[in-house]
Design a protein around this ligand. Structure first.
Ligand code: F6P
Length: 367
């Protein structure tokens, strides 16, 4: 066994869960303990466990049989320890002011030389802030949204694309039997990666993503064009963060207020109502929700999570901190956490897949 600078490190999963988290934990831990002889401490429920000192030493048994398991054996939370106390939300508390300090104390009390954090934008931003406080931190990119800056792909994304695509495939049955417009709303937070990929894979006739604000008239003319061609059903794939061109022109706060005043639970319902009104076609809504985050990771995500996880173990062994493991130019690489923090990766409006989809007749509702 090789001697290493890091003897004992903590690992946590933070933010929304996704397929591949356990595969990544296994990759980090098997390489770090089996290959490099480090001790692994599992921190419960994301950064909350670090604040509360809720952690336990993990053994080889903990890493066996988890490659295919959904969710995270460590638990997760959306705890943001650096969130400023201003009394404006109910989750703020006086105690919250000391969270970074509590973390520093617990890292020392637990005897951790380093931290490996698995998460999305918020998690890696917090990782950067902890690194600035002096901790040795390594980030790993996970999210079904694929919106983390600096990596071409994050684990969890392709499993979610698989689930969403299968759902679109199944919607085709009822769409064609009943001559309906089926609107399927997918996750993706503020970006359209998931809707774009699943939409293209599932042959969506209309794909609406936040990066290309839509006009109802253009969506309607896309659907009417299909009807004129004798196609009496359509599949509309909409990202949860999608917005109309009119909304996109508004300042963020105003847009939010306007959304909240509308009588629809989400964009999918609103779009279906707009389509019915504009075309007279019968529209139905499916909101896929958390099904996109559940269950076993796809083979692609198992491979990616294992490769990212073992790369993190190598960074620990080399003593290279303040970095996130990333996919760049199709290769496993790293990027400074400082570059990742406070940024998101949206779909470029000239993304080649948008061009591909347009060539097969997909309408994006914006032109
Ligand atoms: O980031 C993953 C994600 O599922 C987003 O797609 C979605 O907007 C959000 O998390 C939902 O968050 P929560 O789990 O807090 O409801």
């Amino acid at each position: 066994m090789k001697a290493s600078r890091v003897k004992r490190f903590g690992i946590l999963t933070s933010g929304g869960d996704c397929p591949g988290l356990n595969a990544a934990i296994r990759g980090v831990a098997k390489a770090a303990s089996g290959r490099f002889g480090m001790e692994v401490v599992g921190i419960s429920n994301g950064y909350r466990g670090l604040i509360d000192g809720d952690a336990r030493a993990l053994s080889q048994d903990d890493f066996s049989g988890i490659l295919t398991l959904g969710g995270t054996i460590l638990g997760s939370s959306r705890e943001k320890p650096f969130k400023k106390f201003d009394g404006s939300t109910s989750s703020d508390s006086e105690a919250g002011k000391n969270k970074p300090e509590l973390i520093m104390r617990n890292v020392e009390a637990l005897g951790l030389d380093a931290l490996v954090v698995l998460g999305g934008n918020g998690t890696n931003t917090t990782a950067h802030l902890l690194a600035q406080e002096g901790l040795s931190v390594i980030g790993l990119p996970k999210t079904i949204d694929n919106d983390i800056w600096g990596t071409e792909v994050s684990f969890g994304f392709h499993s979610a694309v698989d689930i969403a695509t299968e759902s679109i495939d199944r919607l085709h049955s009822t769409a064609s039997s009943h001559n309906r417009v089926m609107v399927i709303e997918l996750m993706g937070h503020k970006t359209g990666w998931l809707a774009l990929y699943a939409g293209v894979a599932g042959g969506g006739d209309v794909i609406i993503i936040p990066e290309l604000p839509y006009s109802v008239a253009k969506v309607a003319s896309g659907l009417e064009r299909r009807r004129a061609e004798g196609k009496h059903f359509s599949i509309v794939v909409v990202a949860e963060g999608a917005m109309s061109a009119e909304e996109a022109a508004l300042p963020k706060k105003e847009r939010k207020l306007r959304r909240e005043s509308m009588p629809y639970p989400s964009i999918g319902y609103r779009l279906a109502a707009e389509i019915e009104k504009a075309t007279g076609m019968e529209a139905r809504v499916t909101v896929l929700g958390y099904l996109q985050r559940g269950g076993t990771p796809s083979p692609y995500d198992r491979v990616l999570a294992t490769a990212f996880g073992t790369a993190a173990a190598e960074l620990l062994e080399q003593g290279r901190f303040g970095r996130m493991v990333a996919m760049r130019d199709g290769r496993i690489d790293t990027i400074p956490l400082a570059d990742v923090a406070d940024r998101i990766q949206t779909v470029p409006t000239d993304h080649p897949l948008i061009g591909t989809a347009r060539l097969v007749g997909t309408c994006f509702g914006n032109s």
